[in-house]
Structure formats: C-alpha cells, structure tokens
Ligand binder design. Structure first.
Ligand SMILES: Cc1ncc(COP(=O)(O)O)c(C=O)c1O
Length: 383
C-alpha cells in the first residue's frame, strides 16, 4: 500500500507497526478524542429502522437545526457528505475562474477538488523556506500575507482588466480565493478583519472553516455573520472533527441560496444519509459536549506545546485549532516509522506538503494521558 496523502490511515499504519488498527494511537488525524457524543450515538441507534426509507431529500430537520445554530435562513445552508463533498462542488465552480489563489502549504484535498475540474491554481506561500524559522511570528505574518495578497491581487486585476478590454473573453472578475481558517497544517488563525478586504477584491471567496468550532466562541473568526452581505462568499464547515464522526461524513456549505441551488443540481439527490442527518441534529444541540471541548482543548494544547518545546530538536508552532505543527531537526519519516514500530503511535508526516517536506510533522491534541504517551515516546526515540 502506498504512503497515505491524509492522516488517519490506520490500515496502512497497522501494517507497518505489526499490530491491529485498533491498537494504534492516532495523532495523525485531527479528530477530537472526546467524541462521538452519547447523544449522537443514541440518535444513530434511533434511526436504524428508518434505513429502509430514502432520506428526506430536503433534509428539513437537519436544515432547521443548522438554521437555528447559525441564526440564518435554512436556504443559505446546504448539508453535504462531509465538507469534502462540498469541496468538490466548489472545485467545479472555481474552475470557471481564471485563477484560484491558494495559501500554501494547503490541505491536500484542495488540489484534488481543483484538479478534478481543471481549475487553475495560483499558490501564495504562508511559509516559505526563509520564513520557516519564524514560527512564533506566524500570526503576524498571516495578517501581512493577506494584505500582500489583496495588494498583489489589485495589481493583477488592473493587468487583467487591461487585457480583457483587448480580449473580450477574459472577464474583469477573473479570480477566486480558497482560504482555510484556521489553517491546516500550520494552525494559523486569520482575523476576520484581515479577510474582509479580500471579499471586495476576489470574485469568489471560499473559506474552509472545518476547524473553526475548536476555538472558544469569543475567539472565533468565522465569516458566517457577514455571509448575507456578500453573495461572493462561500463558507464550508465540517462536523466530523469536532464531534469525532469522520466515518459518518457530515459537513455543510453556507452561501447565497442561488449558488447552493446550483450546487444541488450538480450532485446526487441523497448524498447525506439518514444516520448522518440524525447525528447532525443531535450534535448541534449537545451544548454539554460543546462545553466539554472548550474546557479540554486550551489546557491540553498548552501542555502538549510545552512538552514538545522541551524536547531538543523539536519546535512546535503555536496553533489555534486542535493540532500542532512541529518543526524537527530529524527526519520525520524516520521518526514516524520509529514511533509506529516501537510505540504504535501514528503522527502525520508532512511530505505531502511540498513546502514543508521531511522536517515537519503534525500531531492532533488528544487527552492528557495520550499526549503524555506521545511525549514519552518522542523522548525515547529522539534522545
Ligand atoms: C482543512 C480541511 N478541510 C476539510 C476537511 C474534510 O473534512 P470532512 O471530514 O468534513 O470531509 C479536512 C479533513 O482533514 C481538512 O483538514
């Protein structure tokens, strides 16, 4: 089996570690260790007898829950089979633009969704070779980056509009932006204020907020509150990470109803299954589970960050989400192999991110006990 392009491939890891997949302690997929919530499992159980029916094609219960949760009319929300499905729909629309700007390193599935429809990608680096060492300043850099992006975009826009008067086929509204906030794999959070100018510059702005719910409500930088003011804005959300249901597949897009109606015509009629739909309703109303995540994550992440910083040769980046990117003086592919072989622990190497390569790895924040096990294992491999 080839090396996986995503985290969480336990079948591949267990073959290397020589143990069953269930014995692997997985730090490679950024999934909450607290879930799935009991309420979600109960909701799934309660729907088993409904598997003999097709799902409600309009997903009225789930749409109503999402509408209450975000205080938005339900026509502005489209549930999907994980945010990955919605990303494919977005990829199709992005292929209609002259270019799609992508901040790199970028989540690997963006390249799949964009390549599937021959969308043209313009890469814009958040980390480049010379910036690698400035981890502590990434937050500042992210603000600079967006400013640079909008300025450069204006210059390009002028260039293209000159061209478009010469060639009528080129549109002045030629370019789109696909931004991940918080950003995977760095954990950088872009501020709402820094993103807003991009909405006036790009013809379409897609913000993937798959990890936004891991931030405390007062620190979140979601653009959902302004979506009704910007017909050129699409927001993607995932329920799979926060509620630990990646095997179920559930996400949603928030955008202008006309755009979502177009997306509906591009996909299967029942892409969200009955169990996922019921799970979503239960998850969104589980305020106790949501609160338990808020009280677990900041402390667990801080302890993991401090533990990693104390290991010679490792430098973690301060991240806003439920994972940490770590720079290493040692080969991370070798480190991954040693951790699997000797400790049945799986970390995410970053070889699939060309800007990062073999000197970076990413780990999910897990429970205090699991995080200690990782730190002890790293120490024994590296010291
Ligand atoms: C940034 C980002 N967006 C989207 C996804 C896909 O999430 P889902 O499980 O909802 O398809 C992932 C999964 O790893 C991700 O890292």
């Amino acid at each position: 089996m080839g090396k996986p392009a995503h985290g969480g491939n336990l079948v591949w890891a267990s073959a290397l570690a020589g143990c069953p997949p269930s014995a692997i302690l997985d730090f490679s997929a950024s999934i909450s260790p607290l879930g799935p919530p009991e309420s979600v499992l109960t909701a799934i159980q309660s729907q088993l007898s409904n598997l003999r029916h097709y799902p409600d094609p309009s997903y009225s219960d789930l749409s109503l829950s999402l509408s209450h949760f975000h205080n938005l009319p339900s026509e502005w929300i489209l549930p999907g089979n994980g945010s990955a499905e919605l990303l494919s729909l977005v990829g199709r629309e992005l292929s209609e633009f002259e270019t799609t700007t992508l901040i790199t390193p970028a989540f690997g599935d963006y390249y799949r969704a964009l390549a599937a429809y021959n969308a043209k990608v313009l890469e814009f680096p958040l980390i480049s070779a010379e910036l690698k060492v400035l981890s502590a300043e990434l937050k500042v850099l992210s603000a600079d980056l967006l400013e640079k992006l909008t300025t450069q975009h204006s210059e390009l826009s002028t260039h293209y509009s000159t061209l478009s008067t010469q060639h009528s086929l080129l549109s002045t509204h030629y370019s789109a932006l696909l931004l991940n906030n918080p950003h995977n794999p760095t954990g950088v959070i872009f501020s709402r204020e820094d993103i807003l100018p991009c909405l006036d510059k790009f013809a379409l702005v897609v913000i993937d907020e798959a990890f936004m719910d891991f931030l405390p409500p007062d620190e979140q930088q979601s653009l959902i509150s302004v979506v009704q003011d910007y017909p050129n804005l699409v927001i993607l959300r995932s329920l799979t990470k926060f509620y630990s249901i990646p095997g179920l597949r559930l996400g949603y897009a928030i955008a202008h109803p006309n755009r979502l109606q177009r997306y509906r015509t591009w996909r299967d009629p029942w892409s969200v299954n009955t169990l996922a739909s019921a799970a979503g309703v239960a998850a969104l109303s589980d305020t106790e589970f949501q609160a338990s995540t808020c009280s677990w994550l900041p402390k667990a992440r801080k302890e993991l960050f401090e533990g990693l910083s104390q290991i010679p040769g490792l430098q973690p980046f301060k991240g806003a989400a439920n994972f940490l990117l770590v720079q290493s003086e040692h080969s991370c592919v070798e480190l991954q192999y040693q951790l699997l072989k000797n400790h049945q622990i799986l970390i995410r190497d970053c070889q699939s991110f060309p800007q990062l390569g073999d000197r970076f790895f990413r780990v999910a924040v897990r429970t205090e006990l699991d995080n200690k096990r990782l730190l002890t294992a790293l120490q024994s491999v590296l010291l």
